[in-house]
Design a protein around this ligand. Sequence first.
Ligand code: GCB
Ligand code: CA
Length: 863
Amino acid sequence: MRTNPVRCFLATILLVLSFGMLRAKENTPRMIRSLNEGWRFDLAEHAEGVAAPSYDDSRWSRVSLPHTWNVNDAFDKERSYHRGVGWYRRTLPLDSTFAGKKLFLYFEAANQVADVFVNGQFVGQHIGGYTAFVFPITDGVVIGRQNVIAVRVDNRHSDDIPPLNADFTFYGGIYRDVWLIATEPVHLDVLDHASPGVFIDTPEISEHSARVLVRGTIVNESTKRTAVELIHHIFDEENKRIASFRRSLTLLPGERKQFEQRSDRIRNPRLWSPDHPYLYKLRTEIRSGNWLLDVVEDRFGFRWFGISPEKKFLLNGKPFKLIGTNRHQDRAGMGNALPDSYHRRDVELVKATGFNFLRTAHYPQDRSLLEAADRLGLLVWQETPIVNIISMSSAFAENCERMLVEMIRQYYNHPSVVFWGYMNEVMLREPNPIPEGYYKHLIDLAKRLEARLKNEDSSRLSVTAISFHEIDNGTGFGDIPDVHGMNLYFGWYYQELSSWGRFLDSLKMKRPDRVYMVSEYGADSDERVHTLQPRAFDFSSEYIQDFHLATFPQLMERDFIIGTAVWNQFDFGSNHLQDTKRSLNQKGLFFYDRTPKDVWHYYRAKLLKQPILHIGREWLLRAGSQQGDERQPIRVFTNCDSVAFTLNGALLGRKSPVNAFIELVLPLQAGANRLEAEGGSGTSTIRDGVTVVYDDRTSLFSKNAAAGSHIAVNVGAHYSYTDAAGVVWEWDRAFEEGATKWGYVGGRAGRTHRSIRNTEDDPLFQAYREDAHSYRFLVPPGTYHVELGFVDPLLEGAGKRVFDLHINEENVFAAIDLAGQYGRDRAVRISTTIEVKNRAGLTIESVPRIGLPILSSIFVRRK
Ligand code: GCB
Ligand code: CA
């Protein structure tokens, strides 16, 4: 295209001049101030008067936002956490800068009902814990005075508010940021569902050109008829203005006027995608003469997406496989009250996995998270918190719909968002008793939300997540949204790791007209648990690895699966769970404190282009007590072509990964063993190294065993458990005369999935041997300290399980009644010192009196 250089030059001069002139008079029309500091908090339902400015809150605790009152009690060993009322108060000093302004209080979120008061006057209530809300406060404040804000927050269960029930903790509090917004009387709307007030679309778009459509509402809160100019500028990442468009309007006093304006064609827009997340900025101004009345800026991207006739996801016209993860918003030691930097950090960790997709299950998440997804390049599924069950009230349905509208309007401009979701597994569980017409009501609600979603935003795809048992249940639920999200747990809650492919293929055969995505798949793990025989629900590091190693390739091989999302990127709080760590869902690729699990490196090795070489670090403390135990496997995740290993300086061999995975067997020496790896990938080399410490316990059984020689056994378990003191409790073994040095004779292995009180060592106590049995240890004569660990996990109670413990035929502990003496589900450790006199060693025998004897752990130490 030819341009006229003279015209170009003149235009530039004019631009510079006009900008210079405007800038000289530039005022700051909209002020946004953080209100995170200086709050007083009290966890109580107070009688009247607490919102009044004169109320004495000096004895309340001082808190800063973000804040939740459930950081600790959501994780203790009690079964519940405080779901009730908390009050927040702070002063709001308003100096003369705010004179004549319109003032608003903007809350990014409070869980789950918030009543806001200013100077004792009620200014509004917001229902729902995961979206922002805003109230006008101009009329209730006095300039030049200390005004008082009081907020009553309530996180009690309500039948009218989703989520009613879900596998995550409903932490109460004002857990996101709070702001004061001050505008001129003529301003862009602030109140529309707490949206940015300006909605950006790109209705005509291709690689070659695009138009921007801007919608919004201008409000004239002044008493004067006002003529304004509404101006939109678009800037690129270098802050170069690439387009401007404007329009004149006249607003009557009190008038709210909607506008809709289109830019000219923008040539060769830089497209936004996960690989090239190029962002533009829209700046919308209201001017009256040279006076700037309001400014709103927001980022957006040029991109388009959709579903092809072949049912594939297309981004910017090309097939694009969504590969990603889910994220909950809480974190160790903080609950859900995370400052923005932590949300951004989480997005960096998702991106650093190699993922391009993020589902913000099960609710809208902090806007800083979405901003980071825009900036770093992730496609996002954001959803409303309708989980598990619904209630039949009209208030419930209205709240669902309002939450959906709030979500869509608040996050509308984020280029990262491609899916709006509105329900998760709503037909897996049903209320008890099940109300008449429940399913009809549910389907009607889904249809209502679907219709509203499309009405609010026709450019995004709609989605819901359904579990295995709900797919094709005959209700037609799966046909309502555009995309069929499936939460699948083959090899965890049901079936086998090999079931994935077969199941998905049969689904596609049956219903080729549907668009499929696997919106959840995952397994739990605890870094303290290790085994040679990984299996579902053992919580071992090895099983979560086996799970992802087997599942991910089956999902990737199938083109008709448009997207995948691991459940979950991070371990997260779920108060009702009683697995190996209290109140945690442990399906993360990261632990709750954001330490990566070894399995995270599997995805990195599969997805990243840079060389990855990672030797597993979760199992560096090992122990063995019998011949052959010193040969132990270690796992490596890598995308290198091949890796050379040395152990304690000696070459061990060279191996190539299969499915980004290598398993080595290490011949370990007692003490520290240094494993080094060097991998080659193309022309680059990469190294990794770990030290494996092996506690060789065979000496306990030899004649000249030193004092301090010991063994620790995780009775009833096929996995070892490493406690906080670094003691490895080995997996249990059967005694075989002539072949083994120790082991059990008789009894049955059992396992409880209940949380054990009085200990953090749940995986040690949760596994046990039951019924009459004995343990033999062929230790040489000498003096031994014997410590035994027990728990009674059964409902039976006092007097229902009574037994004796004989050590070398002496009745050392008679009539043990765990529930009666110590209480149910409590860890109990008892110990004694025993003289072993002959070569028969040590025999510990559980002898029943009433019911079944039980035993969880044995520790034997030579004195
Ligand atoms: C699901 C749910 C999710 C749970 C997950 C699990 O299907 O959608 O909320 O946390 O399973 O770990 O059981
Ligand atoms: Ca925030």
